[in-house]
Design a protein around this ligand. Sequence first.
Ligand SMILES: [Zn+2]
Length: 246
Amino acid sequence: MRTQKFCQLTDNVWYLEFAEETDRPNIGYVCGSKQALLIDAGNSPAHAKSVADCLREYGLMPPAWAAITHWHWDHTFGMCGLRAKTIVSQKTEQQLRRMRRWEWTDEAMQSRLETGEEIEFCDTRMRREYPDTQKIRVKMADTVIAGEKQLDLGGVSCRLLPVDSPHSRDAMLVLIPEEGVLFAGDADCEDFYHGGCYDIDKLAAYIELLKQLEFTYYVPGHWHPCTKQQEIEFLQEKLDALRRQK
Ligand SMILES: [Zn+2]
């Protein structure tokens, strides 16, 4: 049974809503006249399947492509359940290559927690999503991009923008100019693998980047979409507070 809502944001942009219990992020869907693009693969084949079920239910075409916003498990472990060709940045590919060597026994998972390679927050939610963690499969991407790439879906274009971000070094933003939508994954969040804090310079640079991009709606990884202005105000308040603490 599907409990997450499938929502239409603009004429050609949809998303399957995030779910906190197992840390499933929003999954974006952009549809042109010729092709469709998914944004992120979800945290498991079951998550990827729930997107496919929604598309079938709404009579929407299956995606030819899936752009991955960053390497974290909840955005990538669904890749092995997709038919779409996956696209990642070079930095995301490096991280997938690292994770592909991981074993999923209790001992191996425990040892990664001890070394700090994995964090408690993810470990707990992974175990909820995967009652049998041995079923976890990390799949490499079909296409790796070194810089910006544009996809023409037929009347709707998508700009894939690999950037640094406060959350991770390998963020890939997806801008859909005709729809005025920016999918950003978790780029605006703290870096949970490095103390869960914001780096002031990275946050300031990210705010400047958002100001330069033209869009109306900002779709984060694990919360409801908001407007560009709301997102910038939200981050600016955080930045001001950090600067006051210094
Ligand atoms: Zn993340």
